[in-house]
Design a protein around this ligand. Structure first.
Ligand code: ATP
Length: 855
């Protein structure tokens, strides 16, 4: 039990009366109907979920009948702490903040007695271990423990961590390669790559595993063979077409040369030169538009129509047959990898969260509710799901039977020893506009699945913010419903289903059309929002970004200086951006902290300790000893690889690290000292590992993010990390990067987005989409739309973290039309700014009062 819970329990014990004295009259609550809440940012999703949980508890439900899940441990902790703190405050007779009234209004019980809050708090604190408020991952791990045989789990299995997962992946890839002979490797690589061997075997396999394994595990076994490839045209037809091209007599030399090249290729059946051929692309365009086939500005003479059809059919068949072979090779290598990694994990008795979810999902498809509740340490009567937009199809498959059972209000447990039943309940909440975890498998369309699959679920939407000032809401309302003003949308041709831009445009259009008007309950909260260009910079994209970051740092410093009690969130697109931003702020002596933390290697002192350990691991590699010996550690008697090895063998890694850290004290500032302490703590934790090894420890330190203990007034993080948080001021300095980052991830075909894939294929560049059948074109298009929608969601999450002020800093545009595919350009067009975006240090748009902090 945490310290806060311990002290709450003590406090509750001193104040609790006889629980039977205060039976709560919950009749006014009515039945808790199955509910699906689609709620916008800051509109109180966590607040509502907490309210629902409290209502269920106040009705007398036993804590073990309730299950509330979310996505991060932090969010789960936040829900629990909101429940406990609001009860504790409401129960406190000396409270003069109106906490009891607030709780009464939150739960909808105007006569809720103070003593009932105290009794409930007491019950909860005594039954904390029974109340399940947890992440989906930890819930699944708990459930899995109840089904060891069905899930074929090794005895006494344990969960892996991220570092161990990487280690096992590398081992399994090595074993996959060893299981193949040389000839197999060469042909496999040729198939996996673009028909040519261009990468190292390990790197290519690593890439395939990283991009395709997770999706293939959820897919139908035959998914990689779904893509069909047409045969080459008949040989006679090719010969005839070749002849027509070779004998054609166009006036223009370029046309003649092109026809000769194509004709010869067909005649000799050497088709490699057709890949990437402009003429083929032009044939595809003409098929779509009905216009004559062009080459440059010239048009081919009449009579070649059939020959061009054959040429196109050859190019299409070549491309799709290669893709089909690549897909099959990918499926087969992933099958071998699957065998290797599973054997490894089975031998180590270790499973990752993904392994657990997949095994459960397969099992749960055929499980009835009774056997489910029998195994799960009793029945779950009340299910509450938070952040539902981030749920993956696999996770929904596991949750579905529980959701359906809880939504049918009959059959719940009774209150204590009485025979008064408490109807079961289902509640799920989320915001599809905040679906930013597509890469982790989250699928916002799961919301629609709930509406379809959970009987009689009531849908509620909520767009009133309890977080942001009217100015922030005005900014959000000014931007998102008008995103479709951007030239990407206005210039797009929606009829071309092989055009990537059309899908991107469509995604922006849908997002802006469906965007609900946002309101706020905090009508008198002052605020300020503006879009500015940064100072000019001469260089390329890196210099421009750097200048925006510098300007953002200046804005943050000004805000902190003028209103030290307010907090500032600087949200970047990338982790690299976070590191750069922190460096700049530290240079300006602004106190800053990083959400989620950095690896400890951001401290030079930690690097010295790591070099000393690596010196023992690789005595032949002089880099490590040179580094370690150029520091005060060189003064240790006999210091060298043997000394470190002896010390770790005799005293363990943690003690060695602690000793080395103590010898570095003289050269450490406060920050280094704190990071060294954190390093020692990591070493102590690491030593509980069954086979601790120096090399693995160093690797873990390099990868593991460790937060600094205290949050500073300025916090820097990626937009992803800011989800669920709020700041008085938000600064967005990285709006100029590409909206959608290029991806070559495989693409999946499914009956609906919440279903497992029935088909999979390697990625195909958009210039080749015209070769694909219509259904696959749509699949590629849908993947593009999803990425663009996610980019819109990211912008939305970023802006709606602001309570009072919002600073959007963009570099001056290259051209006044400003039609780049960036958030900066989208915002500029949505706001219909009159000012010239090419000018530096210009306020392009501004609302509210820059002195909001004084109001
Ligand atoms: N009905 C309400 N009455 C008063 N305050 C509320 C209410 N609902 C929410 N709040 C307050 O508004 C703020 C935002 O609420 P909350 O964090 O629950 O929003 P959210 O919908 O989860 O936000 P997001 O999706 O953006 O993370 C919190 O400070 C919360 O205490």
């Amino acid at each position: 039990m945490s310290d806060i819970n311990q002290s709450l329990l003590q406090w509750a014990e001193e104040h609790t009366g006889d629980p039977t004295e205060t039976e709560v009259d919950t009749s006014s609550l009515g039945e808790l109907r199955p509910t699906l809440v689609r709620a916008s940012a800051g509109s109180g999703k966590t607040y509502q979920l907490t309210a629902r949980l409290l209502r269920i508890l106040l009705q007398g439900a036993a804590p073990e009948t309730i299950l509330a899940t979310t996505f991060t441990r932090k969010a789960a902790g936040e829900i629990l702490s909101r429940v406990l703190v609001s009860l504790a405050k409401a129960a406190d007779e000396n409270d003069d903040d109106g906490s009891l009234e607030s709780l009464r209004s939150q739960v909808g019980l105007p006569t809720l007695p103070r003593s009932a809050c105290l009794n409930l708090l007491d019950t909860l604190l005594r039954n904390m271990h029974r109340l399940r408020i947890c992440t989906l991952d930890s819930l699944f791990a708990q459930i899995a423990r109840s089904f060891p045989f069905e899930l074929n789990l090794p005895p006494a299995w344990r969960l892996t961590d991220e570092i161990e997962e990487v280690w096992m992946r590398e081992r399994a890839i090595d074993q996959t390669i060893s299981s193949l002979d040389r000839g197999e490797i060469i042909s496999l690589l040729a198939m996996l790559g673009k028909g040519e061997v261009k990468r190292s075997v390990t790197r290519e396999l690593m890439n395939v595993v990283e991009t395709a394994y997770a999706i293939q595990r959820q897919a139908d076994k035959k998914a990689w063979t779904k893509m069909a490839a047409p045969k080459l045209p008949e040989s006679a037809a090719i010969t005839k077409a070749a002849g027509e091209m070779l004998t054609a007599t166009p006036k223009q030399k370029t046309l003649k040369a092109k026809l000769e090249k194509m004709g010869s290729a067909m005649e000799s059946r050497e088709f490699a030169c057709l890949d990437g051929e402009t003429l083929i692309t032009n044939i595809a365009k003409s098929k779509l538009s009905g216009d004559p086939i062009k080459f440059g500005r010239s048009i081919f003479p009449d009579g070649l129509g059939e020959a061009f059809k054959v040429l196109y059919a050859i190019a299409r068949s070549e491309m799709l047959r290669l893709l089909k072979a690549q897909n099959e090779a990918t499926g087969s290598v992933l099958q071998t990898y699957d065998f290797q990694i599973n054997s490894l994990k089975q031998a180590k008795r270790a499973l990752g969260f993904d392994d657990v979810s997949i095994r459960l999902a397969n099992q749960f498809a055929s499980l009835d509710e009774q056997s489910l509740s029998m195994r799960m340490d009793g029945a779950v009567d009340h299910l509450l799901l938070d952040e539902f937009q981030d749920t993956s199809p696999i996770q929904w498959q596991v949750l579905r039977p529980l959701a359906v059972a809880c939504a049918s209000s009959s059959g719940g447990a009774t209150v204590g020893d009485t025979d008064r039943p408490i109807p079961r309940s289902f509640f799920c909440v989320g915001d599809t506009k905040q679906a930013i975890y597509g890469w982790r498998g989250g699928v916002a369309e799961i919301f629609d699945a709930v509406a379809k699959e959970v009987p009689e679920v009531e849908e509620v939407s909520q767009n009133q913010s309890f977080r942001s000032s009217p100015v922030i809401m005005e900014a959000v309302n000014a931007i998102f419903p008008r995103l479709s003003r951007h030239p990407i949308v206005t210039d797009s041709d929606p009829s071309n289903r092989a055009d990537k831009s059309a899908y991107e445009a469509d995604a922006i259009l849908q997002f802006s059309n469906q965007f609900p008007e946002h309101e706020t309950a905090r009508k008198s909260l002052p605020g300020h929002a503006r879009l500015v260009t940064s100072r000019a910079s001469d260089g390329g994209a890196d210099e421009k970004r750097q200048t925006c970051f510098e300007d953002a740092a200046i804005i943050a410093k000004d805000l902190v200086d003028s209103a030290p009690e307010k907090n500032v969130g600087i949200l970047t697109r990338t982790n690299k951006g976070v590191a750069e931003m922190i460096y700049l702020l530290e240079q300006m002596k602004v106190e800053v902290s990083q959400e989620g933390g950095n690896p400890l290697t951001d401290s030079a002192a930690v690097e010295i300790v790591l070099s000393s350990l690596m010196m023992a691991e690789h005595p032949g590699d002089k880099r490590w000893s040179l580094h370690a010996n150029s520091t005060p550690l060189a003064e240790i008697d006999d210091f060298g690889p043997d000394w470190v090895r002896r010390m770790t063998d005799e005293n363990g890694i943690a003690e060695t690290v602690e000793f080395l850290a103590s010898r570095l004290a003289g050269i450490c500032d406060d920050r280094d000292t704190m990071r060294l302490k954190q390093l020692t703590r990591l070493a102590i934790q690491y030593e509980t590992n069954p086979a601790p090894r120096l090399r693995d420890f160093v690797r873990m330190v390099r990868e593991k993010r460790v937060e600094r203990p205290q949050a500073a007034p300025v916090r820097v993080m990626t937009v992803h990390q800011s989800k669920g948080l709020e700041f008085d001021s938000v600064i967005l300095p990285q709006l100029e990067s590409d909206l959608v980052r290029p991806s070559t991830k495989p693409v999946a075909m499914a009956d609906s987005p919440d279903q497992p894939p029935t088909g999979l294929t390697r990625y195909v560049g958009s210039s080749h989409w015209h070769f694909l059948s219509q259904d696959w074109q749509q699949v590629f298009g849908a993947a593009t739309s999803s990425s663009m929608t996610e980019a819109m969601c990211l912008m939305y999450v970023a802006m709606t973290r602001a309570r009072q002020s919002l600073h959007l800093v963009i570099p001056p545009a290259r051209k006044a039309q400003y039609n780049t595919k960036t958030a900066a350009s989208l915002i500029f067009h949505a706001l219909d700014c009159d000012e010239d975006p090419t000018q530096p240090e210009t306020v392009l748009w501004e609302i509210g009062d820059a002195n909001w902090m004084e109001m």
